[in-house]
Design a protein around this ligand. Structure first.
Ligand SMILES: [Zn+2]
Length: 58
């Protein structure tokens, strides 16, 4: 997991939204995590976080 406090909070929000089946909220949380800037970690954030998808494809 990330050590970023903001992303940790967003990840928790994403998890809860997913569990509550609030898909639009989950999508927003996932997008916020992707868009959260991290100095020194700027390369391909999307491929760097494969686990943080709004929906589980199972
Ligand atoms: Zn962050």
């Amino acid at each position: 997991m990330t050590a970023c406090g903001v992303c940790t909070a967003l990840a928790e929000e994403l998890k809860q939204a997913r569990e509550a089946k609030e898909h639009s909220k989950a999508y927003d949380a996932a997008a916020e995590i992707r868009n959260h800037p991290h100095p020194g970690k700027t390369k391909s954030p999307e491929s760097a976080r494969p686990a943080l998808q709004p929906f589980q494809v199972t």
